[in-house]
Design a protein around this ligand. Structure first.
Ligand code: SF4
Length: 347
């Protein structure tokens, strides 16, 4: 009898790990709380740094999911028990599923920008998040502000809800610098007359082809980068925003108006991640993500035997890193279930 793995979370990591585990011959059951598989990728039009369509990556992930994988969408996990090395998972239909190993891929939620009240999200019409701008791109409709006007100037605010002790998130979300650069260049493609400004603390362009995108943003698209943290945004009578920034490169305060202000919201552990951590009594780190057994060598292993993690459940990461991490988790689970000797290093 082949062994069984239950994967909880049907985003990028859950789909890719399920595909690999099934291809290795394990019985895989995948649970997803939403109606569709794909997670945040469903809401993203184009991906950094090359601007390929997110839907292409989703198609790739779907192709990997063979018919043997049992997928349960609209399904939340309410209880997990373990006995004699087996896990018994109950969903909200009171169905119980048995597995030899669990993989947690419940991922992240985007920071709720209302918590940065000084930026006016949820108060002013024309303050939106990076995810909402992406939805505008995805809709194919013209880019206009809430008053229906084509924006002449758009500001992008980096590090919203990340690297910020006041909101309790000291970590960098890794992907929002390059997302801002990508979106600023896309705005210039849609609206060549629109000025774009990125307000940043540091630019973290660490991945392959990220620096090239940044150079292109300046040289080809004319995106302006202003080093400084936005202190506040206030709405003017015509619905535009007056923003105040301390330009730390020239050492003076700056005021300017923009027609749309885009907040680059960071990652936080998802509600699903927090719920599963509670149900299973999994250790979490100081940022609330699931703690791994060793930061260098056991990045898919948790404090519970037979329970593994992958993707943004443990920290912010790119799609590329998430896919690689999912494959690594599948290999780790295969070692565990087949008792390959490599596992002896982990004891
Ligand atoms: S990636 Fe950039 S915008 Fe995002 S938290 Fe890190 S420094 Fe800030």
């Amino acid at each position: 009898m082949s062994k069984s793995v239950i994967v909880i979370g049907g985003g990028i990591a859950g789909m890719e790990a399920s595909a690999y585990l099934s291809a290795m011959g394990f019985n895989v059951t995948l649970f997803e709380k939403d109606e569709k598989l794909g997670g945040h990728l469903l809401n993203w039009e184009r991906l950094f740094p090359t601007k390929r369509l997110g839907s292409e990556v989703l198609t790739f992930l779907k192709k990997g999911m063979d018919d043997k994988i049992k997928v349960h969408t609209n399904s939340n996990i309410t209880k997990i028990n373990s006995e004699n090395g087996k896990y018994f998972v109950t969903n909200d239909n009171n169905e119980i599923f048995e597995a030899d190993a669990l993989l947690i891929t419940t991922g992240y939620d985007l920071f709720d920008a209302r918590r940065k009240e000084e930026y006016g999200y949820g108060i002013y019409d024309n303050v939106i998040t990076s995810a909402e701008l992406e939805t505008m791109f995805l809709s194919g409709k013209p880019i206009v502000n809430k008053q229906g006007k084509v924006p002449k100037r758009i500001g992008f605010v980096h590090c919203v809800g990340s690297r910020d002790r006041k909101v309790g998130n000291v970590y960098c979300s890794k992907v929002c610098c390059v997302t801002a650069v990508k979106q600023a260049t896309e705005i210039r493609e849609h609206l060549p007359e629109c000025e774009t400004y990125c307000f940043y603390m540091d630019l973290r362009m660490y991945g392959a082809k990220f620096e090239e995108l940044y150079n292109e943003a300046q040289e080809k698209y004319g995106v302006t980068f202003i080093r400084g943290r936005l202190s506040e945004a206030n709405e003017t009578i015509d619905g535009s925003l007056l923003v105040k920034v301390e330009d730390t490169l020239v050492g003076r305060p700056l005021k300017m108006t923009v027609d749309l202000l885009v907040l680059m919201v960071g990652f936080e552990p998802s509600k699903g991640t927090k719920d599963i951590a509670k149900i299973l009594n999994l250790s979490t780190n100081s940022n609330g993500f699931i703690e791994v057994a060793d930061e260098h060598t056991l990045t898919n292993v948790t404090n519970l035997k037979g329970v593994f993690v992958a993707g943004t459940t443990t920290s912010p990461r790119t799609i590329t890193n998430t896919i690689n991490d999912a494959r690594a988790a599948a290999a780790e689970i295969a070692c565990y279930l087949n008792l390959y000797t490599i596992q002896s290093r982990n004891n």
